[in-house]
Design a protein around this ligand. Structure first.
Ligand SMILES: [Zn+2]
Length: 339
């Protein structure tokens, strides 16, 4: 069951000093190489310089100067000290390799605690509850990723507990995740609705978030480690826009991999790729998708996702898509010498 958009609700503030350098490394840990970037991740600036007009370039220089860098291209690193944050929930533990340069995926099991989500009939007269199904799928996905290695994994919840929508995406942002996946199970009044759907953030949701970040009271926020309070409003708007475009492209890339790797393993519905203004998808600097793994109201879908074999198929295909996504992203991150 998807979440409604509610842009009036606050989003948990991110934390921590900005990233100082990107480390390119494939999932197997080969070919590690330090890569200079403009203080935020994924070679955003390289892509920026490649396609953006002079206005953008000017904005980048302005940001560099605001951050104490007087030259362009900048030197290796810019450390940014951020003010103390508002009250935040604790961050979950990270499982997998201890190497902090390995990519991090944050898996969000939808609903939980007093929010059960959708429900559907189970065989034998019982009931499938969405919050239980999403947690089981999230755990199965984690297990698959850990079994293959190379990827760090964190769960927004690993038990039956309630989290605000903003806390879920906020955890991914604060942990500087490389990918965020929120797992849900769909529901429909219509009999026969079945199959998985994968959502990315819609243009409307993207615009809403850009507007929110541009508001004065949200200028304590950071995007890609750059504190917006240290930039002018026009530079902030450009930074947010570029960051959003970049993560939108990455999310689209990931969706394509899920469809490809899921073929024959995950039963997708017709038109399985959708966009919506879901709150959990609004991180401007973390590629985010919401995965409706199937219809809990459809007995076939529900029984498959409830079965250990069905869960494993879902998890195995999705884990493979995640691993390929990171391999591609990391290899694209390697910048030419001298940048
Ligand atoms: Zn749901």
């Amino acid at each position: 069951m998807p979440f409604a958009s509610d842009s009036a609700r606050p989003i948990a503030l991110p934390d921590g000093a900005g990233p100082v350098q990107a480390v390119a490394q494939d999932v197997e840990g080969q070919g590690r190489e330090l890569v200079p970037v403009l203080g935020w991740r994924r070679g955003l600036v390289l892509g920026l310089v490649a396609f953006a007009p002079l206005l953008t370039l000017g904005a980048v220089v302005a940001v560099n100067m605001a951050m104490g860098q007087s030259t362009f291209p900048p030197s290796y690193a810019a450390r940014i000290e951020l003010p103390a944050n508002a009250v935040q929930i604790g961050l979950p533990s990270i499982e997998g390799p201890a190497d902090p340069t390995r990519p991090l995926v944050v898996i969000d099991a939808g609903h939980g605690g007093h929010d059960p989500g959708a429900h559907g009939p189970a065989s034998g007269g019982g009931t499938h509850i969405e919050k239980d199904m999403t947690l089981a799928l999230a755990l199965a996905l984690r297990d698959q990723l850990l079994a293959k290695g190379g990827v760090r994994v964190a769960l927004t919840r690993s038990s039956d507990r309630y989290l605000l929508l903003e806390e879920r995406s906020g955890i991914a942002r604060r942990m500087k995740a490389d990918l965020f996946i929120s797992i849900h199970a769909d529901s429909a009044e219509v009999e026969g609705a079945s199959g998985a759907t994968i959502y990315t953030l819609s243009q409307r949701g993207s615009s809403e978030e850009a507007e929110r970040l541009a508001n004065a009271e949200n200028r304590a926020d950071t995007v890609n480690g750059v504190p917006l309070a240290q930039t002018s409003s026009s530079v902030s708007a450009i930074l947010v826009d570029l960051a959003q475009r970049h993560v939108a492209e990455l999310a689209d890339d990931f969706v394509k991999l899920v469809l490809r790797e899921g073929e024959g393993h995950i039963a997708f519905r017709a038109n399985p790729v959708q966009s919506a203004a879901f709150v959990v998808l609004k991180s401007p600097d973390v590629p985010s998708v919401l995965f409706e793994a199937g219809y809990i109201t459809n007995p076939t879908d529900a029984e498959r996702l409830h079965s250990p074999q069905g869960r494993k198929e879902f998890a195995s295909a999705t884990a493979q898509a995640i691993r390929l996504f990171f391999v591609r992203e990391r290899s694209a991150e390697v910048l030419p010498a001298g940048m």
